[in-house]
Design a protein around this ligand. Structure first.
Ligand code: PRP
Length: 228
């Protein structure tokens, strides 16, 4: 056990992304038994062998912890990383949590998009929506921030379209909405505090390389299983 090293602190977006990240780390022999206890009320967990410290946070708070250096490393969805737009380095695509950020709405809204009408856009991601419409499409729109169940927007007449995450597409289908445009692809990302990147470069690079190798191997094995 190396007690001279500083702890490297990880903020993980709680839920599926944290579970998948911990499973991937475990494949590298980095485990955190304490964290698996579903009854635990502890907030911070330590792996002494690696001098790693983990805590779980709400997704949108992960980039905040990392920017301020309260965590050296974070794992959150690309949606969150883009929306929060914090001063952090994105170092790795973890390959899971894959989905798409899309403009969605009723088929009738296609024309409004095509003709660059001044439409109302509801989204949990106002910054991503703004970047897409203003800077990429050069379309002036009114953006309305919602906190969830965004598909309601066009259904109850709050907005013409939404900018939201599409994974399986079933929420859209069940509500008679379509993907109208794709904004970008999404997946879990590893982010790093810029100072930590300087101070702990070797340890972080070693971890990123090991993870990248493992992800590539897992993807190759998956493709082989699927006969690709
Ligand atoms: C997300 C997203 C969509 C849905 C997409 O919502 O905002 O509503 O999942 O998934 P699908 O394409 O597989 O149907 P989430 O469940 O996180 O809840 P929210 O609507 O309250 O944000």
């Amino acid at each position: 056990m190396n007690t001279e090293k500083n702890y490297l602190t990880f903020a993980l977006a709680k839920g599926r992304l944290a579970n998948k990240t911990l499973a991937l780390l475990e494949e590298l022999g980095i485990s955190c038994e304490e964290m698996k206890d579903p009854k635990t009320r502890k907030l911070i967990f330590v792996n002494e062998e690696w001098r790693f410290r983990f805590f779980l946070a709400k997704g949108p708070d992960v980039p905040t912890y990392v920017e301020y250096g309260a965590a050296d490393v974070g794992v959150a969805g690309r949606d969150t990383v883009l929306e929060e737009n914090r001063n952090v380095y994105e170092v790795l695509d973890l390959g899971f949590g894959k989905c798409r950020m899309c403009v969605c709405g009723p088929g009738s809204a296609r024309d409004l998009l095509l003709h660059h009408e001044r439409i109302r856009v509801a989204s949990k991601y106002p910054n991503i929506a703004k970047e897409y419409f203003y800077n990429k499409k050069h379309q002036t729109v009114d953006i309305i921030k919602l906190n969830g169940s965004v598909e309601l927007g066009p259904l109850v007449g709050l907005s013409d379209v939404i900018v939201d995450i599409v994974e399986t597409g079933s929420t859209l289908r069940e509500n008679g909405l379509d993907v109208l445009e794709e904004v970008c692809g999404l997946s879990a990302r590893m982010i790093v505090n810029p100072v930590a990147m300087q101070m702990e470069r070797a340890r972080i690079q070693e971890l990123v390389l090991a993870l990248r190798e493992k992800i590539t191997l897992n993807e190759a094995a998956k493709a082989e299983r699927q006969g690709l």
